[in-house]
Design a protein around this ligand. Structure first.
Ligand code: HPA
Length: 280
C-alpha cells in the first residue's frame, strides 16, 4: 500500500541519520513558517524524495518534511501543505496525515490564516480552534480504510481539550492573549460575500478559512490528538464598502503575528510532552 511505502522510506532515512521517530507533527501553515528555523539538527526530506508522496505544485511553495528537535522534543514539520482549492483531491490533501499516523505520530499541531466573523476579534489575534464546522467535502467519503480507523469516527472532541488548556497556560506564561473559537472551513479560493460571512456567524462560526479541517478529520480518524490555531488576518463582519479582501494583506497580517505564534507553539511543544502535575 502506498502510505506504507512512504512511511517505510521515511523510517529508513531517519534510522540512517540517527534521528528519532517523533510523536509530534506540525503543519506549518500561515504564521508558523519560522518555526522550521528553530528545529535543531534538522533532516530535510523533500516530498519529491518520498515514494508516492504528493508534490507541491504551487509556485514558491516549499515541499519538505523536516525532522529534528525543538527544545528537547523530537518533532517533524510539514513545510508546504496541500489545499483543496489548488485542485488536489481530498485524498491528496490528507495523504501526509496517514503517513504520519503510520510513523507513529500521536499529536498533530496545525495553523492557518482566517477571517474573523466574531466582532470581538481583531486582525493579528490568535485563536485557539475549539471546534469546527465543515463546508468542504468530507475526506473520509469512500470505502473506509479499517487499518486507520472506524467507519463513523467521533468528532465530539476534534480539538484536544488537554491541548487547549495547555495553550492557555503557555499563553499566560508568555503574556499572549488568546481568543477561542469555532473555525468554519470552506473550499475557497474566493473569499466570502458579506452575506456568506453573516450566514457563518449566525451558524456559530467565529472565523473562516480554506484549510485545516480535512487534515483534522483524517487525523481524528487515525486517533491522532489535534491542536489547531488560527491567526486572524482580516475582518469578516460588517464589511463596509471600503473593505476588500486581498490575499497579500492576509499574508502580511499572518507574518506580523508569526513571532507570537511561533513562541507559543514552542512553549506548547515543551509542555505537551511533560507529565501533567496532579493537584495535591
Ligand atoms: N475567508 C476564507 N479564508 C480566509 C479568510 C477569509 O476571510 N482569511 C484568510 N483565509
Amino acid at each position: 500500500m502506498n502510505y506504507q511505502q512512504s512511511a517505510e522510506y521515511i523510517k529508513q532515512r531517519l534510522s540512517q541519520t540517527g534521528h528519532p521517530i517523533p510523536e509530534i507533527a506540525i503543519v506549518l501553515g500561515s504564521g508558523l513558517g519560522k518555526l522550521a528555523d528553530n528545529i535543531t539538527n534538522p533532516l530535510v526530506i523533500p516530498y519529491s524524495d518520498i515514494p508516492f508522496f504528493k508534490q507541491s505544485t504551487a509556485v514558491g511553495h516549499k515541499g519538505n518534511l523536516i525532522f529534528g528537535t525543538l527544545g528537547d522534543t523530537p518533532v517533524m514539520a510539514m513545510q508546504g501543505r496541500f489545499h483543496y482549492y489548488e485542485g488536489y483531491t481530498m485524498q491528496e490533501v490528507t495523504y501526509p496525515i496517514r503517513v504520519f499516523s503510520l510513523l507513529g505520530i500521536k499529536l498533530l499541531m496545525v495553523s492557518n490564516a482566517a477571517g474573523a466573523m466574531n466582532p470581538d476579534y481583531k486582525v493579528g489575534d490568535l485563536m485557539v480552534i475549539t471546534d469546527h464546522i465543515n463546508f468542504m467535502p468530507n475526506p473520509l467519503i469512500g470505502p473506509n480504510l479499517e487499518q486507520f480507523g472506524t467507519r463513523f469516527p467521533d468528532m465530539t472532541e476534534a480539538y484536544s481539550h488537554r491541548m487547549c488548556r495547555l495553550a492557555d497556560q503557555a499563553a499566560s506564561e508568555l503574556g499572549i492573549t488568546l481568543q477561542h473559537g469555532v473555525y468554519v472551513a470552506e473550499t475557497g479560493p474566493t473569499y466570502e460575500t458579506p452575506a456568506e460571512y453573516r450566514m457563518f456567524r449566525l451558524m456559530g462560526g467565529d472565523a473562516v478559512g480554506m484549510s485545516t479541517v480535512p487534515e483534522v478529520i483524517v487525523a481524528r480518524h487515525c486517533g491522532i490528538e489535534v491542536f489547531g490555531m488560527s491567526v486572524i488576518t482580516n475582518q469578516a463582519n460588517d464589511l463596509g464598502d471600503d473593505i476588500k479582501n486581498d490575499g497579500d494583506d492576509v499574508v502580511r497580517a499572518a507574518d506580523a503575528a508569526a513571532d507570537r505564534m511561533t513562541a507559543l507553539f514552542k512553549r506548547l511543544i515543551e509542555t505537551s510532552t511533560k507529565p501533567q502535575s496532579t493537584q495535591s
